[in-house]
Structure formats: C-alpha cells, structure tokens
Design a protein around this ligand. Structure first.
Ligand code: GAR
Length: 207
C-alpha cells in the first residue's frame, strides 16, 4: 500500500514531530512525513525537520487579515505537497470549523492529558493540583472544539507524590513520543473507523 503523505504542523520545539519523523523512517511505516509546516518562523522544530531531510514551510498567522486567509494559505501549501493526513504536534493555533471539516478524520492531535480531563494549557500542573493518581496523553481526531474529538489512543503514567509539573511532564512526553507514531500508523494503515464520538480499531489477522 502507498505510504500516506503526512504533514506535521508545529509551533515550537518539535519533539513529537521528531518522533514521528524517526518512526516513519522504517520502510514498513504506512505514512511518509512529507512536510513540516509552522505558523512561526522561529519554531525550533523547523531546523530539526530540515536536518532530517523533511520539506519545511512557514505560514505566519500574523501577516493575514484573519483566520480564513491564514488557513487558506495553509491549505494551499498542503495541496502543493499533496498532503493526505495532518498531525498537529504542539501547533498552538485554534483552527476554524471549515478547515477542521475539510480534514475530518484525517487530522490528528496530541494532547498532554487523558482527555476529556484537562483540556487547554498547563495540564501537568492542573493534574497535580486536582490530585489525580493517573495522568497521561491522548491522540485524537480534531474537531472544532479545542482538544476534543474521537480518541484514537491514550497512554497513562502514574502521578508520584513528589512530582512537579516538570517531572510529570517529562514522563508524559516520553509516552507521547511512543504513542503518536503508533496512532499515526493505525490511521495511515486505514485501521481506525470513527463511530460518532468513538473510534474502533480494526485488528490485523495474522497469517
Ligand atoms: C506536547 O507536549 C504536546 O502534547 C502539547 O504541546 C507539546 C509540544 O511539544 N500539545 C498541546 O498542548 C495541544 N493542546 P513538542 O513541540 O516538543 O512536540
């Protein structure tokens, strides 16, 4: 099966992007990372993508009159690169409903909490504050509402008594780097079906 051409959208350091690029080097990985696209020209991840030989592009949201114009420009860039799947990886812009609808079931996001708990920012501090014993990360299909949409995969970590947001966040990030490639592989292989708010993952028959 042809590898699905995938764009990764970033705004920052791009550690999840690097994990996806690394995993996609395996010849049997069902997605190919064809583009790293950032809304910020100073995103650290852009240099990492270039070093890895991945095409990069910047669409700076600040120069556009509004969200529609910004997203129109991103869509043009995605079309030029014949992108079939999008992974949001620390992309810190809220996307409008038309763009989200266009990429329905083809745009993934990773969020550093066990959704639907702790949408938004500062998830590790809020998890500690709330006293939860289990925290983690989620990969989901993107819907217009922030950090929501059918869940594809989750990974959990134990919250320790002496955790700070930094120590907890570091353990979650390690899980993110394994979870995101695994979730993208499932989607790119056509094994994820959405069913309302839920997804179903097809099992692979051996032999
Ligand atoms: C990651 O922890 C990701 O889960 C989070 O931003 C970080 C980006 O780091 N995303 C969100 O909070 C989205 N709501 P990275 O640039 O090193 O991948």
């Amino acid at each position: 099966m042809a590898r699905r051409r995938t764009a990764i959208l970033i705004s920052g350091r791009g550690s999840n992007m690097s994990a996806l690029i690394g995993a996609a080097r395996a010849p049997d990985f069902p997605a190919e990372i064809a583009l790293a696209l950032s809304n910020r020209s100073d995103a650290g991840g852009l240099a990492l993508a270039r070093q890895a030989g991945v095409a990069t592009a910047v669409v700076d949201h600040k120069i556009y009159a509004g969200r529609d114009e910004f997203e129109g420009s991103m869509q043009a860039m995605l079309d030029i690169h014949r992108i079939e799947l999008i992974c949001l990886a620390g992309f810190m812009r809220v996307l409008g409903a038309p763009f989200v609808a266009r990429w329905r079931d083809r745009m993934l996001n990773i969020h550093p909490s066990l959704l639907p708990s702790f949408r938004g920012l500062d998830t590790h501090a809020r998890a500690i504050e709330a006293g939860v014993k289990i925290h983690g990360c989620t990969v989901h299909f993107v819907e217009p509402e922030l950090d929501s949409g059918p869940i594809i995969a989750q990974a959990a970590v134990e919250v320790r008594d002496d955790d700070t947001p930094e120590t907890l966040g570091a353990r979650v990030l390690t899980q993110e780097h394994a979870l995101y490639p695994a979730a993208l592989a499932l989607v790119a292989a056509g094994r994820v079906q959405t069913d309302g708010a839920r997804t179903r993952i097809a099992t692979v028959r051996q032999g």
